[in-house]
Structure formats: structure tokens, C-alpha cells
Ligand binder design. Structure first.
Ligand SMILES: C[S@@+](CC[C@H](N)C(=O)[O-])C[C@H]1O[C@@H](n2cnc3c(N)ncnc32)[C@H](O)[C@@H]1O
Length: 182
């Protein structure tokens, strides 16, 4: 399997309810081939950084990060919602989406990132395999419209330069369901 291969069969996603998640009609089990070449440098950087990322963050932040994640989960107000669908854009090593999947019962949790190194770390931390981690570009999300109840992005918008930032914000809006948008 190459680095660009997502290797995710939607039928294996925990909580996947059979409704179309991926938007590309050509989506196949060998992966999503929508990456743009110009992002390769940044991907390589994060593939390398993935080996130290969590240690580095731990060294440079206080315990507040756990509290902030818990605040985020609580603010999402998902209590009582049956099978809420939550997407974390640029999920990195998965800290935010794993906080959701650990605290929200029946959740369908998806993290998307363009670095396979970061995604592998995230998968390794998800001991109970509650979340799905998908390789994809924030500016060109591989998901259908109106799918998720919550879409979040932590510590990453600054990564998206120029038009990409606006495109990523439009993509976040596109994939969140209409009710959640208002
Ligand atoms: C500073 S890390 C933040 C990771 C995580 N959200 C957190 O809070 O710890 C930035 C992440 O954004 C990802 N990233 C940057 N540009 C991206 C893009 N265009 N599409 C998808 N992921 C991207 C990187 O691979 C990296 O994992």
C-alpha cells in the first residue's frame, strides 16, 4: 500500500450507517487520489514531525489542553443525539476527535488529515478503534454534502494559506448538515 493510499473501506468504519459518506463516485478501496502535488512538502514535514508531535506538544503546553478538549466536546452539546456524526479537519494525531469518540456514546467520529504519518499515530492511539481516520485534503474534502452534525478544526487553519483557507472553510460548511449550519 503506498503512502497516498487511504486503505479505508467505509463498511469497516465503526458506526457507519450505510449512508454514502464519500463523495467521489470513483472512490475505491485503494484510496482517495485527490491530493495536490504542491502540498507534498508540507505532508513530508508532518510525516516526519508525527514521530515527535505529541511529545513536543506535551512539552510546550500545560494540562489546559485536556480541559480545552473537554470544553469543546461539552460545547458541542451532543447529549441525547442518536449517532451524532463528527468530523475533525486536519486531525493530526487525533487528540480532538478521540476526545469526542471517548466521551460521546454512539458517535460516528471521523478525522481527516493529509499526512499519513499523523494519521498512523492517530490510529495507534485509538485502541478501541472507535474513530475512522481518512487521508484527505482540507481544501477538497472527500465527503458528501450535508453529512456531519459537527465539523471542527483545531490548531491548523494557519496551515492553510491563501485561497486554501477559504476553500477549507467552504468545504467545512458544505459537509455540515443544513440543520447544524443555522
Ligand atoms: C499543527 S497540526 C494540528 C493537529 C491537530 N488538529 C491538533 O490540534 O493537535 C496541523 C495538522 O494539519 C494537517 N494539515 C495541514 N494542511 C492540511 C491540508 N491542506 N489538508 C489536510 N490536513 C492538513 C497537518 O498534516 C497536521 O496534522
Amino acid at each position: 500500500m503506498s503512502d497516498d493510499v487511504c486503505g479505508l473501506d467505509p463498511r469497516d468504519i465503526p458506526g457507519y450507517d450505510g449512508h454514502g459518506l464519500f463523495q467521489t463516485a470513483s472512490y475505491n478501496l485503494d484510496g482517495i487520489d485527490a491530493m495536490t502535488k504542491r502540498r507534498t512538502g508540507r505532508q513530508k514535514y508532518y510525516n516526519f514531525f508525527s514521530h515527535f508531535y505529541d511529545h513536543f506538544i506535551k512539552m510546550h503546553s500545560s494540562n489546559d489542553r485536556d480541559e480545552t478538549r473537554q470544553f469543546l466536546v461539552a460545547s458541542a452539546n451532543l447529549e441525547g443525539k442518536k449517532h451524532p456524526r463528527v468530523l475533525d479537519i486536519c486531525c493530526g494525531t487525533g487528540s480532538v476527535i478521540l476526545a469526542f469518540s471517548e466521551h460521546v456514546h454512539g458517535i460516528f467520529a471521523v478525522g481527516v488529515d493529509f499526512s499519513i504519518g499523523m494519521l498512523n499515530r492517530a490510529r495507534a492511539k485509538d485502541a478501541s478503534s472507535k474513530a475512522a481516520f481518512v487521508k484527505g485534503d482540507a481544501a477538497d474534502l472527500p465527503f458528501v454534502n450535508d453529512y456531519f452534525d459537527i465539523v471542527c478544526c483545531s490548531h491548523a487553519l494557519y496551515e492553510l494559506k491563501g485561497h486554501d483557507r477559504n476553500r477549507a472553510l467552504s468545504e467545512m460548511r458544505r459537509v455540515i448538515n443544513r440543520m447544524a449550519r443555522s
